[in-house]
Write a protein that binds this ligand. Structure first.
Ligand SMILES: *Cc1c(COP(=O)(O)O)cnc(C)c1O
Length: 662
């Protein structure tokens, strides 16, 4: 595999090495891969052998259409495929287990409410009677207006007022299986009242609070601490209310949602088993039941480790389906209770794969030490203001005690003394910093010391491969001297979970994967917030604070992609620093591997985001004209200059909120 390149004997880096380094085949789930040109490519899951689509080529195509980075790219084929595989996996598990009823999935709208996504789910889902889950009136309106199949259900969760209930009852009247999942007795009363008033029979479900606790990020919110669901006492109160109102025949669904991103399959089994006990007793109470909704929670393997770590999952889709189906069979069969229609509400697992955030790198702060010669060259001549101090001419720098010590350390680095050199380097650099703070050293002396420090780290790093056992403190050297790559995007707008819950997403360059990534870096966004960074990455060894990246070449774009971002990221995002919605594009890959640009959505303009915080762009422009006129009056501007500046202000209002190359 390795062969010498033309002019030196460094081994050629292979795409396979990149694939391994970035875990592409593990998290890519058959949708993403690297091709022989070193590009990240999308694989059409229905035609895996057709030509693959390079994300770099797509990015170029978008630019030609006026969509600059950052761009959120949606791949419709992947979304369609997710709906298909989830439905088919459940159907298969039911057939294998002898389950005598059907599966219907619903997509929880809160996971991605964007119209293009919802419309595509409605379209692709109609073949499977895939429905929607709505958690608010707004989401219910979306569901009622979007479903394409009459047999697709709507599941209503969350707090429901009389208006919400009326809307749902009208959906019933239209022939839609619209279930109200009751979360508290008050809601049950409203349902009873409203359905009597409108004379429409409701479909009612009850949401139970399971004691099963789940692993992962939402651990604390599961079990007794869950804020959702009826306690046992309140569940019985609801049952009794329905009995009194002579409406127990409307109670047809049991709902349980044990958490999102459940990494451990054991939790799923335990949750289903517990939910079944509730189901059995509600049947015994005399409710017709007939539907069991196990909520969401099907995980996404964001880091590809197939483990029960928070951002992963220790099971496959088929196993998830089989475990749910088999557990229900195990509980209900011995009791001779008919198998309910099975519903699940997978959100994350449906949409995560289909979106990729693409952005360019704007700048890099690297940690490369400079050669001493270039440091000297920039030092001031000895006649500088340093005359009053004693320590900062060029000759002084070369005699400066800390700098001399640091240079000695640098020149003595060898495999036997790495740890010692590291300690000494830290010690002398700290001494220099101390002197600077006390005013007995200069900025130039500090810079020289810092640079020599980096030279030492570099020397130590060069020697690491030659030592049998790397001391613990040296294992993380890359972390203390990593580069910062500045990306043209906002964490807060596009990847809020990176910030809010330290979510790990696969991040990597979408090209140059046939070159060795020689830098270690973390990624900063363009907000002015110290939290605006990505510094948690999945890594073959587990988790890392840094990511290997390539040296950015002058005059050439370097594009990164953040993958699996289709779930939760779009609407949870905010306007930190007034960076608005990014450009969005949907593509579809045709059977012969061509790209169709299906939909494009231009991101917020500056005027848009200003209006979100109550500025009227027109009024703002008017005030600015006054400011500029004042400057003319006071002689700071000519009238012609005023005109240019006002024009530029006006153009900015209509521009993209992100960094643009103009
Ligand atoms: C959020 C939510 C879901 C979606 O969960 P995922 O883990 O994304 O599948 C499903 N059902 C309910 C009730 C929810 O609140």
């Amino acid at each position: 595999m390795k062969r010498p390149s033309d002019n030196d004997d460094t081994p050629v880096w292979s795409v396979a090495q990149s694939a391994e380094r970035y875990g592409i085949d593990e998290w890519g789930a058959g949708y993403f891969s690297a091709d022989k040109h070193g590009h990240m490519v999308v694989i059409d899951p229905e035609n895996p052998d057709s030509p693959r689509v390079s994300l770099l080529t797509v990015m170029e195509g978008l630019r030609e259409r006026g969509l600059e980075p950052p761009v959120l790219l949606r791949i419709e084929n992947i979304l369609d495929h997710r709906i298909k595989v989830i439905n088919e996996a459940f159907t298969r598990a039911m057939k294998d287990g002898g389950y005598l009823n059907r599966y219907r999935g619903v997509f929880p709208i809160k996971v991605n409410q964007q119209r293009h996504v919802i419309e595509e789910i409605a379209r692709a889902g109609s073949a499977y009677n895939h429905g929607f889950e709505a958690g608010s009136k707004a989401e219910l309106l979306i569901a009622m207006a979007s479903l394409e199949s009459h047999e697709s259900p709507i599941i209503c969760n969350g707090f429901k007022d009389a208006e919400f209930i009326q809307l749902g009852l009208y959906a019933r009247k239209l022939g839609i299986d619209c279930f109200f999942v009751v979360e508290n007795p008050t809601e049950a009363r409203i349902i009873i009242e409203q359905s009597r008033a409108l004379d429409i029979k409701p479909l009612i479900g009850v949401r139970v609070k399971l004691s099963t606790r789940v692993d992962g990020h939402w651990q604390e919110d599961s079990g007794d601490r869950s804020i959702f669901g009826l306690s046992t006492a309140r569940l019985l109160e609801v049952v009794d209310l329905l009995k009194e109102a002579d409406m127990l025949d409307c109670l047809k669904l049991l709902h349980a949602h044990i958490g999102s991103q459940i990494p451990n399959i054991m939790n799923v089994r335990a949750g289903v088993a517990e939910a079944c006990r509730y189901y059995v007793d509600l049947v015994r109470e005399g409710a017709p039941m007939g539907h069991m909704d196990m909520g969401g929670g099907l995980a996404v393997d964001y880091d590809g480790s197939q483990s029960n770590w928070t951002h992963s999952m220790n099971y496959k889709l088929d196993e998830y389906c089989a475990d749910i189906v088999d557990t229900i069979l195990e509980v209900l069969n011995p009791l001779d209770i008919a198998h309910p229609e099975l519903i699940t509400e997978s959100g994350r697992a449906t949409v995560a794969y289909s979106s990729v955030l693409l952005f360019n790198i704007l700048d890099v702060t690297d940690s490369n030490p400079l050669p001493d010669s270039s440091m000297d060259a920039e030092a001031p001549a000895s006649d500088s203001a340093a005359a009053d101090s004693t320590e900062s001419t060029v000759s002084d720098l070369n005699e400066d005690p800390q700098i001399l010590r640091l240079r000695e350390v640098r020149d003595s680095v060898c495999p036997d003394n790495l740890q010692e050199c590291f300690n000494d380097a830290n010690f002398y650099r700290e001494e220099m910093r101390d002197r600077f703070r006390r005013g007995t050293s200069t900025l130039r002396a500090m810079a020289m010391a810092d640079n020599t420090y980096l030279q030492i780290i570099e020397r130590i790093r060069e020697e690491l491969p030659n030592v049998a056992r790397v001391p613990a403190v040296l294992q993380d050297l890359s972390e203390s001297t990593s580069d910062i790559y500045y990306g043209n995007f906002s964490i807060f707008q596009s990847l809020p979970d990176t910030w809010a819950i330290e979510q790990v997403f696969p991040v990597l360059p979408i090209h140059r994967l046939n070159e060795e990534p020689t830098r270690t870096a973390f990624i900063a966004d363009i907000t002015c917030d110290s939290d605006g960074k990505i510094d948690h990455f999945a890594d073959p060894s587990g988790q890392s604070r840094t990511l290997p990246l390539h040296e950015v070449r002058k005059g050439e774009d370097y594009f990164l992609g953040v993958f699996l971002v289709g779930a939760y990221q779009e609407t949870l995002g905010d306007l930190h620093n007034l960076f608005g919605d990014t450009n969005v594009a949907s593509i579809r890959i045709t059977a012969d591997g061509a790209v169709q640009y299906e939909r494009e959505l231009h991101g917020d303009t500056i005027a848009d985001v200003l209006s979100y915080v109550e500025y009227q762009p027109a009024t703002l422009l008017e005030s600015f004209r006054h400011v500029a006129e004042r400057a003319v009056r006071s002689g700071h501007l000519t009238v012609a200059e005023r005109r240019t500046i006002v024009k530029s202000f006006t153009e900015s209002l209509g521009g993209y909120t992100y960094y643009e190359n103009i």
